[in-house]
Design a protein around this ligand. Structure first.
Ligand SMILES: [Zn+2]
Ligand SMILES: [Zn+2]
Ligand SMILES: [Zn+2]
Length: 326
């Protein structure tokens, strides 16, 4: 029986419609494509080290460097010029677009040690804190794509920072919804979500003293997992080193589970944090990380309606991920 479920934060609807013939096992990737780009023809590790020449100083660590994106979606310029005329809205796409590249071409997130993950997530924190100071920037999102089905056009492992002069639509819906929930209920919707999920237990996949990971009740993607800090905090970039270690423990466990249980699936993950110009977002917004394996494709109904049909129930996805790999 298909079920309509509503995202408690944004109000978005999804249809959870497990295909009768399919069980979670049926989504295990049969054969993953090997990397097609060798080190020799990789733009992030050329033999003469040209990619390193553009690196942003002060951001390099033992395993990571940060460079401006060669084909940026957002550019750093200091004036906002409207170009659209009376009817259309069009502006220069201002902000920043950076690449956080692992130095090791063959590294993959689920296989990284906690120390390297710490460097990566600490770099997210540092760059976010730095870019917040640019008055043009309204919103900063750290994302990571793995696999062609997840939109990764370069095999070399890298994350990206999108710092825009707008608040992106999805983040905007979360902000609006969480503010509304706070007004009506005098509590943070994400804090409540954590409470409800820990009480229900059925969607919990991993947990430690600082963080909890669960499949989301109104998931858009099969095996979609959210990681939230248990302590209320609107901003990722103020995370402490101790909290970062706890986050990495849970994140690494989830990435290893997804990788082994689903056989190396393509995925995206991203961090949702409060907008750069904080206002009083700190009361009702709660930063989090969403991990979206990309094992299903969007069809005409999804594109035409913005209502996604998820063919794996979040409860069976959680159960499947909790089992250890034989
Ligand atoms: Zn490379
Ligand atoms: Zn909260
Ligand atoms: Zn979110």
């Amino acid at each position: 029986m298909p079920k309509l479920r509503q995202n408690i934060i944004t109000g978005d609807w999804v249809v959870i419609s497990p295909e009768r013939a399919k069980r979670p096992e049926d989504f295990v990737v049969e054969k993953h494509e090997p990397k097609t780009q060798s080190k020799e023809n990789c733009p992030f590790c050329p033999p003469d080290g040209t990619a390193y020449k553009t690196k942003i100083r002060g951001c390099e660590t033992e395993h990571i460097y940060v460079i401006p994106n060669k084909f940026p979606a957002f550019v750093d310029q200091d004036e906002v010029i409207e170009e659209g005329g009376d009817f259309y809205s069009s502006y220069k796409s201002l902000g920043a677009h950076e690449v956080i590249s692992l130095k090791d071409h063959d590294a993959e997130i689920p296989e990284l040690s906690d120390d390297v993950l710490f460097e990566l997530f600490d770099t997210y924190r540092q760059r976010m804190a730095y870019l917040q100071r640019n008055p043009v920037i309204e919103y900063i999102m750290a994302i990571h794509n793995f696999g062609a089905e997840a939109g990764a056009s370069i095999d070399h492992p890298h994350s990206q920072f999108f710092a825009s002069s707008i608040i992106p639509t999805y983040a905007g819906r979360e902000l609006y919804g969480s503010r509304k929930f706070y007004k009506e209920n005098k509590e943070c919707v994400y804090c409540r979500l954590i409470q409800e999920e820990r009480a229900a237990e059925i969607r919990i996949v991993a947990e430690n003293s600082g963080f909890v990971a669960f499949t989301f009740f109104a998931s858009r993607f099969p095996f979609e997992v959210w990681i939230l800090p248990k302590k209320h905090s609107a901003r990722y970039e103020i995370i402490t080193k101790d909290e970062l270690k706890k986050l990495i423990e849970v994140f690494s466990e989830i990435m290893k589970k997804l990788d082994s249980r689903l056989n190396h699936p393509p995925y995206n993950y991203f961090i949702h944090t409060a907008p750069a110009k904080i206002g009083h977002h700190s009361i009702y917004y709660h930063w989090h990380l969403e991990i979206c394996p990309r094992l299903s494709k969007l069809g005409g109904y999804e594109i035409g309606s913005d209502v996604v049909i998820d063919v794996v129930s979040p409860e069976s996805a959680a159960e499947f991920l909790r089992q250890t790999h034989e």
